[in-house]
Design a protein around this ligand. Structure first.
Ligand SMILES: Cc1cc2nc3c(=O)[nH]c(=O)nc-3n(C[C@H](O)[C@H](O)[C@H](O)COP(=O)(O)OP(=O)(O)OC[C@H]3O[C@@H](n4cnc5c(N)ncnc54)[C@H](O)[C@@H]3O)c2cc1C
Length: 329
């Protein structure tokens, strides 16, 4: 059986691993403690924040049917928050709206999706793969801590394109195309208040503000009621402030958030910040995935034909087909 290493246990890495598992010996390496990549949930005490993608919106038949399977198993569920109309920072919401499309959210959080998909796969966590080396007719993988990870016939990277460029040898067939990929960066502020927020909405999108998206959820699992807010800074603001000291960014974003929430706010119980260097792909490659049969190297993810989680899923499926036919040929 061919030995395949998959770098990354986000949606694309896990879908790929699941599809190829019957045909090869698969090992997935993930540098974080958990699976899901940008479909992530931060847990603090007895409350949580979905600080990556807040939900999934299926548009293609294939992704819809994949998500229906997860919905049937109770891993995700329909998310129908009350929406505030699109506003300037200072305007008041007058009536709640709802989304025309189906939105699905992991339950209890977005990381449930990765956890479920990783369940039956061979995933090694807390291992950051170092740039690849070709030795003795195979790819010999090492961690960035210089630990030997094994020898593989095929290596697939699902890391964002700039990280894949660093992992793969410079003469990888598609390096030039990988260099064209661009991402937005994004700060995500997480605030937990001691008490209930009387907003009248759960999701608010704003114009002309450093903050573009705010989600307030009441945490009912806590011993005392708590409101958890996840707020996304705009990509423009995030890029401008990317290298600024974190405490300053946190304070500035919290001041912006306070302007978007009712004035009688309960006490802040927790204030956190996450900085995504690669949040969402803004310039993608008009192909499904890359696989070079000669070198045994390939990559897939949300930087191909379609962006976002749906794109990551489709790219992984396309690559799984290519690798499977190569193995069988
Ligand atoms: C704030 C935010 C909001 C978003 N909103 C939406 C939305 O509304 N709709 C939507 O469709 N999408 C949204 N997205 C994008 C969506 O989350 C991603 O497109 C999708 O999850 C990408 O999946 P992936 O598997 O391709 O990549 P990732 O999830 O990034 O997975 C790659 C994995 O590789 C790991 N890795 C990288 N390098 C190494 C290494 N050297 N060794 C080991 N492991 C490594 C990483 O830790 C990561 O887990 C959002 C993302 C963010 C951050």
């Amino acid at each position: 059986m061919k030995r395949i290493a998959i770098i990354g246990a986000g949606l694309s890495g896990l879908v790929l691993s699941y599809k190829l598992a019957p045909h090869a010996q698969i090992t997935v390496f993930e540098k974080s403690r958990g699976s899901g990549g940008r479909l992530s949930t931060r847990r603090v005490e007895d409350f949580q924040f979905n600080h990556g993608a807040p939900d999934l919106t299926p548009r293609t038949a294939h992704f819809k049917s994949f998500l229906e399977g997860l919905e049937r198993k109770g891993i995700i569920q329909d998310w129908k928050p009350k929406l505030a109309p699109m506003l300037d920072e200072t305007s008041e919401a007058t009536s709640a709206l709802s989304w025309p499309e189906k939105h699905l959210r992991g339950t209890p959080g977005m990381s449930a999706i990765g956890r479920h998909l990783a369940g039956t796969q061979n995933v090694k966590f807390k291992i950051e793969v170092a740039p690849l080396q070709y030795q003795d007719d195979s790819w010999k993988l090492y961690s960035t801590e210089d630990k030997e990870l094994g020898q593989f016939d095929i290596v697939i990277s699902t890391a964002p394109a700039p990280q894949t460029i660093n992992l793969f040898p410079p003469d990888f067939l598609h390096t030039d195309k990988l260099h064209t990929v661009q991402y937005s960066s994004q700060f995500v502020l997480m605030v937990c208040y001691d008490g209930m927020l009387e907003t009248g909405w759960q999701v608010k999108q704003t114009n002309n503000s450093p903050m573009i998206w705010v989600n307030c959820d009441l945490n009912q699992d806590s011993l005392s009621p708590k409101s958890c807010v996840v707020a996304h800074a705009s990509p423009e603001w995030s890029a401008e402030h990317f290298d600024i000291e974190r405490q300053t960014v946190k304070k500035e974003l919290n001041r912006t958030l306070e302007r978007l929430l009712p004035s009688d706010l309960p006490a802040v119980h927790y204030l956190g910040l996450h900085r995504w260097r690669y949040s969402q792909c803004t310039r993608n490659i008009d192909e499904n995935c890359f696989f070079d049969q000669e070198s045994g190297l390939g990559c897939c993810g949300d930087f191909f034909k379609n962006t976002g989680a749906e794109g990551a899923f489709e790219s992984a499926e396309a690559l799984a087909q290519q690798v499977e036919s190569f193995i069988k040929s």
